[in-house]
Design a protein around this ligand. Structure first.
Ligand SMILES: [Zn+2]
Length: 80
């Protein structure tokens, strides 16, 4: 299904999942997922960090699809 490399900067692994349509390997998908969870839980630490991991891939998210509402703010796809 996903035939691409992980888009996390400097990561040489193959992508196995996507986050907001951005291909990521298992490890980096988990990094972003955990960070997002901390962020929504209102952890002080996460707010300090301003979702640094997410920002590394945010520029790769197809914003047109975000605007159409297909991609939700937590990176999941509507209806999935
Ligand atoms: Zn990776």
């Amino acid at each position: 299904m996903i035939d691409d490399g992980c888009k996390y900067p400097g990561c040489p692994k193959r992508a196995r999942k996507t986050w907001a349509l951005v291909p990521l390997c298992d490890d980096h998908h988990e990094v972003i997922r955990a960070e997002t969870q901390r962020y929504y839980n209102g952890s002080v630490n996460a707010k300090y960090n301003l979702r640094l991991e997410y920002l590394k891939i945010a520029k790769l998210i197809p914003w047109s699809r975000l605007k159409m509402g297909e991609v939700l703010p937590d990176g999941s796809l509507r209806g999935h």
